[in-house]
Design a protein around this ligand. Sequence first.
Ligand code: SAH
Length: 379
Amino acid sequence: MLPCPYAKKCGGCSLQNLPYEEQLHLKQAKLIKLLGRFGRVEEIIGMEDSTHYRNKIQAAFRSKSGKVVSGVYQSTSRRIVEVESCMLEDECAAPILATVRKLCASMKIRPYDLESGQGFLRHVLIRKGFVSGQIMVVLVTTKGKFRSERSFVNELLRRHPEITTLVRNINPTDTALFLGNESHILHGEGYITDRLCGLEFRISPRSFYQVNPIQTEILYGKAKEFAGLTGSEVVIDAYCGIGTIGITAAAKAGEVIGVELNNDAVRDAIRNAKANDIKNIRFYNNDAGEFMRGMAEQREKADVIFMDPPRTGSTEAFMSAAVSMSPGRIIYISCEPETLARDLKWLTSHGYKAREAVAYDMFPFTENVETIVLMTKQS
Ligand code: SAH
């Protein structure tokens, strides 16, 4: 029997049928196959408890025979699979989602239907600060009027006093895209704050934040070790999100420059640097490749470059600019081994050597692997 009753329909956890140790072996074998030719691949770091690790929960809502149900998008389609509780999600989520379903039913708030374009509530996003315990709930709706808004909000907060902030996000598109661009605060600050590596980070609804805080802290420790900073280096944190890597490294660097495309994340990053009293860091809201090309054209140099691109990996524009800034070390953090291998191929044929790769199992039961690679400039 599979550990999760929804596994077959949902498809999100493709490694459900394997005991955890075997999942790790499978991931390790994949990494050796893809990355082994570039350098040493250390043993993958697994989790002690491989369930309920996700601090970000995304639920889709719909009507089923007149009932309000919630669940996840099937991995291969836009269909919603009804799920009452998920073994990967933080346990704070299921009771909150159950209340949202009940309140929708009793207050006649209809879930949105992608086919007909009718209805109001599309998704609910829940984020929990692992250390702070703060909980943000984001109700993603259409543009329509929020019926009984005040009573809904008051009742949800009364039943769940653990919710620290409640936000309405408006997603007017007719796609399965999760969040829209517009948000309104219904309660609290509109963001949560969490602690990571002993520092404080503010996380807004639309900002990227690693979903597995336990493994993230260990990964960032490795990133710092790989950087080997002594206090004088110029460091670039590319694809920096809310600035977590750069801010954690700043105390040991001369100067840090962060670049990120999402402007909400950049705003969080600037605020995070201030909150932690870090003065030697600057953030730029730009495409990382464009930004690096600009720096390279000005003949700027960097000693260490952290790069943590999305699944699609980096670009030649980014990498060629990075290489021309001649950093002694490039530290590549990746959530997709295939694009990592593609980019390592490029970097290793342009003057860099992969010294060590380590994977952290951030996503047990799924096939995703998070890997960090240290590359050094060849003399
Ligand atoms: N380093 C951060 C975020 C990594 S996720 C952390 O550890 O939390 C990848 C980030 O790259 C996301 O924040 C995404 O918004 C950003 N991104 C995606 N494409 C980008 C681009 N072309 N230029 C700059 N940032 C980009």
